[in-house]
Write a protein that binds this ligand. Structure first.
Ligand SMILES: C[S@@+](CC[C@H](N)C(=O)[O-])C[C@H]1O[C@@H](n2cnc3c(N)ncnc32)[C@H](O)[C@@H]1O
Length: 369
């Protein structure tokens, strides 16, 4: 069987006979070559650090822990993992290097990320299938690949360093860029569309719910006043409007006051919470019994969804006090992490992006009744 990398980042060839996989563990020590060293040693250029942009080396977050959690499911014959957010390909590359039999389905909604990963993963081209799409289409992606169940699914949520660093993409509030923020610039409305077209009430709701912004209504009103004369199309103009709209005392504390507004717009533009709410249950359904789900979240709204989904899956659904819990009410998940795990201080010092990460992992222990 071969999975040639598609020349365009779309599903190109149906794959059959993949899936399942045994649970044999595959110990890192059995490989003389440790791929983690390649990916993590990003300190000096010229080593194997993959560059997410010209200025920032790309370091996958919590790589060692992700590899450890997926170790028991990635090494078996016929093992298939899904990387739902392949991004710059860091986690996927490390997994493929470490497990010579492993096959991966790697999804991203950003065509630029897929193009980057296609180059980075060229050495493993026959074991990875790159798919352009939103990860809540996982069931369709798997059925197009002829895969019924998988051994693991990894989500590394949010934006990549490449997206953040590229001024054309408009994610930055600290530099003056066009207000876009679409992870897939080929479709959907941009942040400028949201800012210039939404009613003040809708804008305020987005800022309050997705930015947890206390001054949502004041900021929304300021935007609406401004756009009557001039559409708001640049990140610097928006950041300045936010700065002027919030009370002077709050400008002096808590970092850039535009941060929450930009987070809210990004979530709205990409429907980030909606797709995650749909994707996590779909990922659990796709796991074989014994399969593992690992999620890295970078902001509390996303982590709350992960926590809630995991807790629901790990709970007994029968009323308390039954002498015997019926099979259909038994939990489908076993939590592999206690609470959320964070990056070490050393990792945060080497890679500031790791500062906000919250990792949760679970194992599927039962099929749905
Ligand atoms: C933090 S980066 C992943 C980095 C990756 N783990 C690595 O090691 O290079 C997140 C990636 O997920 C993608 N992404 C975010 N939300 C997505 C969604 N709903 N569907 C598909 N891809 C998504 C983004 O485009 C971005 O490339």
């Amino acid at each position: 069987m071969s999975w040639p990398l598609p020349t365009t980042p779309e599903i190109t060839s149906p794959v059959s006979g993949v899936g399942g996989g045994d649970q044999a563990t595959h110990h890192h020590s059995s490989h003389p070559h440790d791929p983690r060293k390649d990916v993590m040693s990003t300190g000096s250029p010229g080593q194997h650090a993959e560059r997410g942009s010209d200025s920032q080396p790309h370091v996958p977050v919590l790589l060692d822990r992700v590899l450890e959690l997926l170790e028991p499911v990635a090494g078996g014959a016929g093992a298939v993992l899904v990387d739902a957010t392949v991004g710059l390909g860091g986690h996927t590359e490390a997994l493929l290097s470490r497990h010579p039999e492993l096959q991966m389905i790697a999804i991203d909604r950003d065509p630029a990320a897929l193009a980057h990963s296609e180059r980075r993963l060229a050495a493993h081209r026959d074991r990875v299938r790159l798919v352009h799409g939103v990860y809540d289409t996982l069931p369709q992606v798997l059925s197009a690949a002829g895969v019924e169940r998988v051994d693991g699914v990894l989500f590394d949520l949010g934006v990549s360093s490449m997206q953040l660093d590229d001024d054309e993409r408009g994610f930055a509030y600290s530099r003056d860029t066009a207000l876009d923020m679409r992870m897939d610039p080929t479709r959907g409305r941009s942040a400028a569309d949201v800012v210039n077209d939404y009613s003040a009430a809708d804008l305020a709701r987005v800022l309050r719910e997705y930015g947890e912004e206390r001054f949502a209504r004041r900021i929304a009103d300021a935007i609406v006043r401004e756009r009557r004369s001039t559409p708001v199309t640049s990140s610097a103009r928006l950041a300045e409007l936010v700065r002027q709209a919030v009370p002077a005392a709050t400008r002096r504390t808590g970092g850039n006051p535009a941060k929450r507004t930009f987070q809210a717009l990004r979530i709205e533009v990409n429907d980030e919470l909606g797709v995650l709410e749909r994707a996590l249950p779909a990922a659990v359904t796709a796991l074989r019994v014994g399969g593992r789900l690992v999620v890295l979240a970078y902001q509390s709204l996303e982590d709350r969804i992960v926590k809630r989904t995991f807790a629901a899956g790990a709970a007994v659904t029968a009323p308390a006090g039954l002498p015997v819990v019926p099979e259909h009410a038994q939990p489908q998940l076993r939590l592999l992490t206690r609470g959320a795990e964070q990056a070490s201080e050393a990792e945060i010092a080497a890679n500031p992006r790791a500062a906000s990460v919250r990792l949760r992992a679970a194992e599927r222990i039962r099929d749905a009744a």
